[in-house]
Design a protein around this ligand. Structure first.
Ligand code: ATP
Ligand code: MG
Length: 428
């Protein structure tokens, strides 16, 4: 389709679309596109375009692709003023955190601000702390990336590192979410950027959302917090705890139109990313002795002392089979200890944890691998474990020779990239 747009009109672009600029100046998320430029808007995403002159376009519509013309700017004026103010802040390493509910345009605002900043010659790094709808790094991770050219969507930035939190929602693992942000900020600062943007999850309400956001703010203490609101004041409960501090807040309105995503679509998007992550994956056997294990018990103990074996036999009145012992825990695999036996073991052996790993249950548990410098290498899914040979079998495309550490998540994802269930943290 050929289209001519009058000067100052806006065009809402919903993917999938392929666009070629035939004539004129078209602005998308703060970047200028000119004659001959080609733009792709992927499915499930949208972008705001504005004709800065009369613009001629050729548009190819893919699945669900559609457009609409508007007289008003799809980038709110407040976003533009914010970009000017950020560019005028002459401080190095500014940390700017964007907070808002789901589907208000948090990621779009960061896309816009990023383009404005890099077009002005600033070095920008982005931390994507949205573990469900991750654009940088796979779902279940907090990602760090660097935009090397103007972007239409955040997944176009170059991946630098990630921190695996183990699930698509921070529920129950707030500490990992905070640890991940801090770790990546420290890493990002070594790159000496002008600006670090932090994108966050849309969980801003109830005691969980408050706990998470308040803690993130305390931990990061950003130079600026941008509250993005559909209705004025809807984030007052995030602002009020800090109203007497020197923390700087700015409020901007949500995007007037955007492509929201249903839960099913979000799941589908995640599946396609896991698929890519597991592409060319294979079965890999890892030896526990050479492996660091985080966020799990299995593999952190060693062969039990003889007196412990005898005591366990005595307490439960039978041979317990193989188990691991650490100062704080006894770790069994496929053992059917009764709650009473577990209590007795805790009491008489002074162990705080009796862990019973069910091998069927943990099949396809999502795991991640880090190298010896604690950089993220990729995801894997647990196939099996062998407590006697002290081995773990995983499906992954990560090069096993680089693996220093395995981290256990608590979401289950099979090698096809399908999320198939949840466990509780620390089940193994
Ligand atoms: N001003 C805008 N005009 C048109 N589309 C936009 C605008 N802002 C964002 N979008 C697009 O709309 C889609 C959803 O917006 P976005 O991802 O920014 O929302 P979000 O608040 O980050 O959502 P989530 O809570 O899922 O992270 C994205 O494809 C984004 O590029
Ligand atoms: Mg987002």
């Amino acid at each position: 389709m050929l289209l001519s747009i009058p000067k100052n009109k806006s065009l809402y672009l919903a993917g999938e679309l392929k666009i070629r600029v035939l004539d004129g100046d078209l602005e998308i998320f703060g970047t200028l596109y000119k004659k001959g430029d080609e733009i792709v808007i992927p499915r499930y995403r949208s972008a705001p375009a504005k004709a800065l002159s009369v613009v001629g376009l050729e548009i190819k519509f893919g699945e669900e692709g559609h457009i609409s013309e508007h007289d008003f700017d799809l980038i709110p004026q407040e976003w533009r003023i914010l970009a000017e103010n950020i560019l005028n802040m002459n401080k190095k390493q500014q940390v700017i955190m964007v907070i808002g509910n789901v589907d208000v345009g948090k990621t779009g605002l960061i896309t816009f601000l990023t383009n404005k900043a890099i077009n002005a010659g600033k070095k920008v790094l982005i931390i994507d702390a949205d573990t469900g709808q991750s654009d940088i790094g796979p779902p279940t991770t907090i990602g760090l990336g660097i935009p090397e050219h103007p972007i239409i969507h955040l997944s176009q930035v170059r991946f630098l590192d990630a921190f695996f939190v183990g699930a698509t929602t921070p529920a129950g693992i707030f500490n990992r979410s905070i640890a991940g942000i801090i770790k990546l900020i420290n890493f990002a600062k070594k790159e000496d950027p002008d600006i670090i943007f932090i994108d966050t999850t849309g969980w801003v309400e109830d005691r969980g959302g408050r706990e998470l956001k308040i803690s993130k703010i305390h931990a990061v203490w950003p130079d600026l917090i941008v509250l993005i609101e559909k209705e004025i004041g809807e984030l007052n409960h995030i602002y009020k705890p800090f109203q007497n501090t020197d923390l700087e807040f700015v409020r901007v309105p949500a995007a007037p139109i955007l492509r929201s995503r249903t839960r099913a679509e979000r799941r589908k998007i995640r599946k396609s990313i896991y698929e890519k992550e597991f592409k060319d994956g294979k079965e890999v056997v890892l030896e526990l002795e050479k492996l660091g294990v985080t966020y799990g018990f299995f593999g952190t103990g060693s062969k039990p002392k003889e007196e412990t074996v005898n005591a366990v036999k005595f307490i439960i009145g039978r041979d317990p089979g193989y188990f691991e012992e650490s100062e704080d825990a006894l770790i069994f695999v496929d053992n059917s200890l009764s709650p009473k036996e577990i209590e007795s073991l805790k009491r008489y052996l002074g162990k705080r944890e009796i862990v019973i790993i069910n091998r069927d249950e943990i099949k396809y548990l999502l795991v991640a691998f880090e190298d010896k410098n604690e950089h993220f290498l990729g995801l894997g899914t647990l196939l099996d474990l062998d407590p006697i040979e002290r081995k773990i079998e995983v499906f992954t495309n990560v090069d096993p020779s680089k693996i220093a550490t395995i981290s256990f998540g608590y979401l289950k994802v099979n090698p096809l990239g399908e999320e198939i269930g949840w466990l509780t943290p620390w089940v193994l």
